[in-house]
Design a protein around this ligand. Structure first.
Ligand SMILES: *Cc1c(COP(=O)(O)O)cnc(C)c1O
Length: 443
């Protein structure tokens, strides 16, 4: 039998994909009519299909990519690691990339977060922080502190524990009977400003609601979990750093852990390496994932304090943190993360992004002026706006229109956002804004 090479344009496997692969966050029946986009390769900010059509990855492939697809520096680091060690279990064993990564993250993060626990993805980081917070209080003789508080519109992942602190109805409502009840407090979303209020006023109003909640419930509350500065999955709701300052002060006053979920906001997304820096605060737990490996490999890291770590230090095994994932601290993923930190250092990425974002704001000016565009907002390298349209299917319609314009956009409801890889250049950003303008015009 001869083996014939299939021409790349003839993607016969694609026809089978719909049955064999169950896609995430998808009603599969929509793919009866909506084609699935087969990607052959990526380069920089672009994804390329088998016919050579190119799509600008304006959402960084679900918020993970930082320095472009097929980045030569991350590729080289991974190749080198492959020849040394692909994986070893992290219980009883260690390796150089995980030690280096833990030390470098602790040095870069807000002060006092010197202990790194690893997981496999964002949701596992949330699970780790919730369990660790509860267990730390239990080990300190406070087992009744087992409630959690999150913000309205919060998103912290979709496994059962993470979903129980998530407040996005689409993800939560169906599974609500499986979830433990937790409290939600008002969001400091700046769009909620009432006549004359500034973003800071909204933050203060939300902080007062948090204050009332904690005053009443601190004795049974283990932790408050927040997405600092930008609540992503509920529609890029942005808030003033003042909220974080107040949340830190209230958690400290009431003996409640503060969990900062920087799974999306971390690694420069909001204009500083970590969003917490803009409020000058340090949380008790810092959750990292997504951009940590530049979008190459799944990895999550939970950084915590001496105080939490100390609560587990004991001769009794059951007082240790009994949590594990098979791929905890995978060396390839850690090596990719080290390469990402090298790029941040060598290219002074945070400062470069600041200059870039200012230029991009000028390019986006026609969008801001469009009569259907509301609340055009930016934090760091995230732009978002709400579209005044009556289309009930706007998100899907916009996604399809985007593909026709050569851009990957994935609106959340009627909110369109750009969260591009940092390697995007001015011409590419202009292409993105032009496409968005044409789409908004037609909406
Ligand atoms: C994406 C995200 C998560 C969940 O991460 P997964 O890797 O998708 O499980 C949690 N929190 C925030 C803020 C996120 O944006």
């Amino acid at each position: 039998m001869t083996c014939r090479a299939t021409p790349v344009a003839n993607v016969d496997w694609l026809a089978r994909s719909r049955a064999a692969v169950w896609h995430p966050c998808t009603q599969m029946k929509v793919h009866e009519t909506l084609p699935i986009v087969p990607i052959a390769r990526g380069e920089g900010a672009w994804l390329v299909d088998f016919d050579g059509r190119r799509y600008l990855d304006a959402v960084s492939s679900w918020w993970v990519n930082l320095f472009g697809h097929a980045n030569p520096r991350i590729n080289a680091a991974l190749r080198a690691q492959l020849d040394e060690l692909e994986h070893v279990m992290l219980a009883g064993f260690t390796h150089r990339p995980v030690v280096e990564l833990s030390e470098r993250l602790a040095a870069l993060a807000p002060p006092g977060l010197g202990h790194a626990f690893y997981g496999s993805d964002g949701a596992s980081a949330t699970e780790i922080a919730l369990k660790m917070s509860f267990h730390a209080w239990a080990n300190r003789g406070r087992p009744e502190k087992r409630g959690f508080v999150s913000l309205q519109g919060s998103y912290h992942g979709e496994t059962l524990g993470a979903l129980s602190v998530t407040d996005v109805p689409l993800f939560r409502d169906t599974y609500a009977p499986l979830l433990r009840r937790n409290a939600t407090v008002p969001s400091p979303d700046a769009r909620l400003a009432r006549g004359g209020e500034t973003a800071r006023d909204v933050a203060e109003r939300a902080a007062q609601a948090l204050e009332a909640h904690l005053a009443a419930h601190h004795a049974t509350t283990a932790a408050l979990i927040v997405e600092p500065l930008v609540q992503g999955a509920c529609g890029m709701a942005m808030h003033d750093p003042h909220y974080l300052v107040r949340a830190r002060e209230l958690c400290t006053r009431h003996g409640v852990h503060l969990i900062a979920d920087e799974i999306m906001t971390g690694f420069g997304r909001t204009g500083t390496l970590f969003a917490c820096e803009q409020a000058g605060i340090a949380p008790d737990f810092l959750l990292l994932s997504k951009g940590i490996t530049g979008g190459y490999l799944p990895l999550a890291c939970v950084l915590t304090t001496d105080d939490v770590y100390g609560a587990f230090w004991h001769d009794d095994a059951a007082r240790g943190f009994l949590h594990s994932h098979s791929y905890t601290g995978n060396p390839l993923a850690c090596r990719a993360a080290l390469a990402v930190l090298d790029v941040f250092r060598d290219d002074d990425v945070v400062a470069a992004n600041r200059a870039k974002a200012a230029r991009f704001d000028a390019i986006a000016a026609p969008l801001r002026a469009h009569p259907r565009v509301r609340f055009l907002r930016r934090r760091g390298m995230i732009w978002a706006f709400d579209v005044g349209t009556a289309r009930p299917d706007f998100a899907r319609w916009c996604f399809e229109r985007g593909l026709a314009h050569g851009v990957l956009l994935r609106p959340i409801g009627r909110t369109v956002y750009f969260m591009p890889p940092y390697v995007i250049d001015d011409g590419e950003f202009r292409h993105l804004c032009d496409a968005a303008l044409a789409i908004v015009d037609a909406a």
